[in-house]
Design a protein around this ligand. Structure first.
Ligand SMILES: [Zn+2]
Length: 276
């Protein structure tokens, strides 16, 4: 079980490292810039989807006739913001910012599957607009699929209405594509959510916010060996590792990362399995 003290400590670190310095999930930068521009001008949507309110109104498309994806769960005893799982079981969760070149995404999923690993994909809503088939692709591989906001803006710095629209806008797309709003919510450009954003996520249907305790820094493109080294140094039983689709270093590093986990007897599982 998680200790509240550990979560608070990680939150403090997240707040210190949070926004504005680098370009990954935990800060401002390029991964979101193109996605937001494209999402904002998506010609297939008649009105600004971010203003449509709660994800309750859209009927499932014919494509979602398949079994609905898993719904979010509340994990009793776990904090509102989850940074890691139990430290006494040899499992970790590799979690990916879902954005960028779909070929990179597919390569990472395939590589993980070859090694028998399951991952968690936090999808950006605008990215799902551009590559809707990837939602099912993730679920079909046995992975977790979650919500990483509609446009990957600095959600902790937005008004209540705008932040809520970012969460529900992505939830809406996940529901349309998979029949579920996805099992997890992770804030954009921040390691942890502010109390307001956590409350809004809860209102949108996500009992927990998914943070992480290991930042691979893959989005800084430090070279694959550095990505592997960072993870190998910091990962331990129960860790939730932050990674990104869309970066060549991540693709190049993943086989070595998976080998290192195997060498240490750590199994890569979905976040749901990590916490169950
Ligand atoms: Zn991100």
């Amino acid at each position: 079980m998680l200790r509240a003290g550990a979560a608070v400590t990680a939150t403090g670190i997240g707040a210190a490292l949070g926004c504005g310095l680098l370009a990954g999930c935990g800060s401002t930068g390029s991964p979101s810039a193109t996605g937001s521009a494209r999402a904002a001008t998506d010609p297939t949507r008649p009105s600004d989807p971010a203003r449509n309110g709660p994800p309750t109104s859209r009927a499932p498309s014919p494509g979602s006739a398949a079994r609905p994806g898993p719904a979010p769960r509340r994990f009793p005893g776990l904090p509102e913001q989850i940074t890691h799982g139990p430290r006494d079981r040899p499992q970790v969760a590799l979690t990916f910012h879902g954005h960028g070149d779909p070929a990179t995404a597919k390569a990472l999923l395939t590589e993980a599957e070859k090694a028998g690993a399951k991952v968690t994909v936090l999808a950006v809503g605008g990215w799902l607009d551009e590559h809707p088939a990837l939602a099912r692709r993730v679920l079909d591989g046995g992975h977790d699929l979650g919500n990483h906001t509609l446009r990957h803006l600095d959600i902790n710095d937005m008004s209540e209405a705008d932040a809520y629209a970012e969460i529900t806008g992505c939830a809406d797309r996940l529901r349309r594509l998979t029949g579920s709003i996805g099992t997890w919510f992770r804030p954009s450009r921040a390691r942890t959510a502010t109390p307001l954003v956590a409350r809004l996520a809860h209102r949108a249907g996500y009992p927990h916010v998914l943070s992480y305790d290991v930042d691979s820094l893959d989005f800084t493109s430090p070279g694959a060996p550095a990505v592997t080294r960072t993870i190998a140094t910091e990962v331990r039983a129960g860790s939730v590792v932050s990674l990104h689709f869309g970066y060549a270093d991540t693709v190049a590093a993943l086989p070595a990362v998976l080998q290192e986990l195997e060498r240490r007897g750590l199994r890569a599982v979905t976040t749901t399995e990590l916490l169950t």
